[in-house]
Design a protein around this ligand. Sequence first.
Ligand code: ADP
Ligand code: ZN
Ligand code: ZN
Length: 727
Amino acid sequence: MSYAGIVVNNEALSMDRIFTYSVPENMRVSVGQRVKVSFGQGNKRIDGFVMRISEEAPEGVSRLKEIQSAYPETYFDEDQVEFIETLRKKYLASYLDVIKLLIPRGILSGMKYKTSEKLYYVKEAEGRYDKMQYRAILDHVKANQGKLIKADLSKAGFSVSSVNTLLKHGFLSVMSENDYRYNIEEYEAYKAKNLNEEQRYAVEKIKSAPGTYLLHGITGSGKTEVFLELIRQNIEKGYDSIVLLPEISLTPQMIERFKGRFGKDITIFHSRLSDGERYDEWHRVRNGKVKIAIGARSALFLPFRNLKLVVIDEEHESTYKSEMNPKYNAKEVAEHMMDKKAGQLVLASATPSVESFHRAEKNEIELITLHNRATSGVLPSMEIVDMRDELMSGNRSIFSRTLLGKMKDRLDKKEQIILFLNRRGFSTFVSCRSCGYVFKCENCDISMTHHRDNSLMCHQCGARKHLPKTCPACQSKYIKQFGTGTEKVEESVRKFFPDARVMRMDRDTTRQKNSYELMYNDFKNNECDILIGTQMISKGLDFKDVTLVGVLAADLSLNMPDYRASEKTFQLITQVAGRAGRGDKPGEVIIQSYSPDNFAITSAQSHNYKGFYKREVEMREALNNPPFSRLFYLVFTSEKEELLIKNIQSIGGVLRKHLTKYDNIILLGPSPCIISKIKNNYRWQVLIKGEIHDETALEIRNLIQDEMKSVYKDIKVSMDLNPNSMM
Ligand code: ADP
Ligand code: ZN
Ligand code: ZN
């Protein structure tokens, strides 16, 4: 008799464990297989996944239920069980959460292969079938061997009964085949480049030993060519590779390059695939038909057998951290995977995250730098415009006089312009337009948020103060909430330049499928003069006629209520500047700001990553922010505001008391979240900061779950370690 440990498909917290079932005599199951079991008092039939098999009965259990039936497929192997356990623990998730990463989406809702009955020609017509009507059908099928189904023939005017006759007597045959839903388009060949010395050194260094590498190279230094060469060498050895890109970088241009180099050995795996396409791609990988995956973070879990290389491009991007359960960090997971398989993880960026660069400084990972552009192009020239001066001279528009002048010049020359607004979600900070003063929390050094009752609040620690009538620094009355949107920019551009062709690219204008591609092509074909956009246009775009980029309000990201505000600002300016001057004509960038002396802005202006990093890492250390600490971010939500506030106060108290035993962990809050209500749900937060080990986090999670037992139906808790956003 054998026994199977099974995780059942039920989201409830109490179901997050391994249940033991006995395996019927005549059934064979293996680890990773999907099975059906009956569950609970009512013996409801439910799907489950086999986690382990043993020959010995578990102790203390008298009668076990039997597995009811087994599906033919397995979705993970024994090695991956350990992987599932690790992720579950590290990201405070459930078994089911993690298993769902490994199986193609759609499986649990019953998705199957799409199949069709393809016709094949077998032999020439003979005997009494040697007739015109049959010969015509046979010829047609022969010419399209394996490509037609019966319906195609009837559409082409052939008689279905004649087709059936030919099938019956063996002149034709059918074969049931899987239809791949994914469109396998062919791309123009993209020839390999002769790598320059820096690139060659990078490839050799990375190939020399397993481990994690940070590839730091300015935009256009040829990082992508390094990836392509690493992959090529991998394929030669029979190894598989994964390249992760932020969703917005999965541009047609990028895909063209990879497909053009490697043809159909690739799967492109991103969030716009349908469940059916995902299902098919998953199987193509599993069946060894694919050697390379390019995709968003979920591509990391594709079932490659011989994975030896993971590249994470634009590694500083926040999209590598999942905001849904399991709230995993793709960089950490990839490192864990490559550790196990003795492969290489390459983190690449023109503006590495402070965290990764810090690890390189400590020699935890190896730094490789590309100093020069791969082609002759030069970096664009950057100018900072002080918006306080504009106000002083009576200019209250969104555009400085400098920027307006240059826009007019480019329109006259028929060159293209990109206007960038670095707006991320929310901006509710208050600042002085005369001197640039920003209201910040004295405890946390992040900007305070303006509320309707004219108060200011720090959403990290809960501190409040009243908004004064005049600026504390210069006594000016021009203190206002800061905020401008892309629509307002568009309106303004049209007013100044009524004849210019203007396009706006943001979340609102790209909702429809393909709208991004359409706009992209319009701009590429010079059917537009000015492109206005948010983060979406900050990377990946490569247009040779763009010679002017305007960063309209660097302050928007600089004053996000987040300890990474400076880092994000430096990255955004650098990235968007990289859109200018990619062709023969040199590019120019205008950065408008009310705090033109801020080091994030001045370092971006002088293309000085190291200078930026040095200042930033000092601040992080002084305020004990990551990478010098870990953050554990807890959000409590409920439709019942009173109940929520009462409970969060008491949980806050319990946690604070519990944490006194650690002298290097502090608790901030409870306080309302910056977005204090979403869809009728009130939101409060607690932030725990310090030397939080995985064990400590688990302990806190268990404590909260215990405390919340009586109200868990009314209050939901989300827990995130080192979150990418705290709103
Ligand atoms: P990055 O990924 O660092 O931004 P890319 O790999 O996209 O840089 O390279 C920038 C440009 O330089 C591309 O047009 C690419 O084709 C070209 N390029 C890269 N490496 C070489 C090389 N060794 N020789 C010639 N051109 C190169
Ligand atoms: Zn002022
Ligand atoms: Zn504060």
